[in-house]
Design a protein around this ligand. Structure first.
Ligand code: FCB
Length: 435
């Protein structure tokens, strides 16, 4: 079956992972600057200070996107560029950057899709308690309003938050991502405050006539290691897959949040404000075990019977299809966008200078096919964004994993399109020809 008219092929990135220019034009520090500059936090002490230098090289990167023929580009707006203290007046030079980028995209015929929070919280807000504080939700709504005031006339799609579950779990519960807190289940208020931030931002964006508004979640199908581990898998499913979707689409929390003192009854209708699309990020399933002890209701075990990516993530395109089916059966879904899907390998140029990443091509091909099967079954998917356009700063793993369609030499900032770049370009061209 052909793809519906208007289906958007895209690529995705995030500000801290590619921009660099960490102290330029009035940008303030974010939690990720602080975290990366703390010894021992990021592999080999890598930081996003320079990253892919996209802040200066964006015209070249837009040209790379144009060469791919993508319809849309998902990028994120760095809050610490726009409001360095997370509060108060806007730093116009910060917004100027996104203004230039958006105009550059439109001139190249590429639809801008902006994420407002891809994990770079202004450090002063973290100093005041970060997402553990309800006030951060109101600050985020204000920032969203300011960004939309400047850009909503040209940005077609707005994504409030990227993967709030990762911020809660990795950032506040387990301490492996910024801000590096280890609150375990005491991190649950960060879920609610991010969701409240999302709901308030939806309304702030609407008031500035934003065209399409959604939320991007990370989903990982929960596989019990044995039938006896089903309760552990259910607990993980509630924590990872439902906590950030049930309240938005069903207007209620899963049981794990029942009677939480920080949830006010009037918050749920705000969180459930209608959205225009749901963003789905998918990488891999997770195998769950019953923990002998410890604060969490589940443990994790490796999935060993599938091939893996460079990060050891199992490659299971069928799990992507089953995730899409599960979402469809669980909710009365708005249109879906696959806002991230991709894989890392240790891609390096060969002797002839080309980068042969056939494993990425295989991965993407299988996952795009899984998506198309879901669409053939009637699931309303409007676009697919590959993670990522460029190799970039992969959080606590630094620059080691390479997720890009384009190789980046971090010494010279030279960009080399990999074999997968040509493959994706051809896929987009042939999918369009099918219409
Ligand atoms: C996702 C993040 C994205 C990137 C990929 C590999 O969880 O949203 O920034 O790091 O993983």
């Amino acid at each position: 079956m052909g793809l519906p008219d208007g289906f958007r092929w895209g690529v995705a990135t995030a500000a801290y992972q590619i921009e660099g220019a960490a102290a330029e034009d009035g940008r303030g520090p974010s939690t990720w600057d602080t975290f990366a500059h703390t010894p021992g936090r990021v592999r080999d002490g890598h930081t996003g200070d320079v990253a892919c230098d996209h802040y200066h090289r964006w015209p070249e990167d837009v040209a790379l996107m144009a060469g791919l023929g993508v319809d849309a580009y998902r990028f994120s707006i760095a809050w610490p560029r726009v409001q360095p203290s997370g509060n108060g007046p806007v730093n116009p030079r910060g917004l100027d950057f996104y203004d230039r980028l958006v105009d550059g995209l439109l001139a190249a015929g590429i639809t801008p899709a902006a994420t407002l929070y891809h994990w770079d919280l202004p450090q002063p807000l973290e100093d005041a308690g970060g997402w553990m504080e309800r006030d951060t939700a109101y600050r985020f709504a204000e920032f969203s309003y300011l960004a939309a005031e400047r850009l909503a006339d040209r940005v077609e799609m707005w994504i409030t938050l990227n993967e709030p579950v990762v911020v809660m779990a990795y950032g506040y519960a387990f301490g492996v991502y910024a801000p590096g807190r280890t609150l375990m289940l005491d991190a649950l208020p960060t879920a609610h405050h991010q969701l409240l931030a999302h709901g308030l931002a939806v309304n702030a964006l609407r008031s500035r006539n934003a065209r399409a508004i959604g939320l991007t979640n990370h989903y990982s199908p929960a596989w019990p290691a044995s039938p006896a581990d089903q309760p552990a898998a259910d607990a993980f499913d509630a924590f990872m897959n439902r906590l950030f979707t049930d309240p938005v689409l069903l207007g209620r929390y899963p049981d794990l949040m029942a009677d939480a003192p920080f949830v006010r009854p009037e918050d749920l209708p705000v969180i459930a404000s209608p959205i225009d699309f749901l963003g789905v990020n998918y990488y891999h399933p997770t195998r769950l075990t019953t923990p002998a002890e410890g604060p969490l209701p589940f443990g994790m075990a490796d999935i060993t019977e599938y091939p893996t990516t460079g990060l050891g993530w199992p490659i299971v395109p069928d799990a992507f299809l089953s995730l899409l089916r599960t979402l469809d059966s669980r909710y009365d879904l708005p249109p879906l966008y696959i806002t991230e899907n991709g894989c890392s390998f240790t891609d390096e140029p060969g002797p002839d200078g080309t980068v042969d990443d056939s494993s990425r091509i295989e991965f993407l091909d299988a996952h795009v096919n899984a998506m198309r099967t879901a669409m053939d079954e009637g699931i309303d998917i409007r676009g697919y964004f590959t993670w990522s356009l460029l190799d970039n700063f992969e959080w606590a793993e630094g620059y080691h994993p390479r997720f890009g369609l384009v190789h980046v030499d971090y010494e010279t900032q030279e960009r080399t399109p990999k074999k997968s770049y040509a493959w994706y370009r051809d896929l987009i061209a042939s999918a369009k020809a099918e219409r």
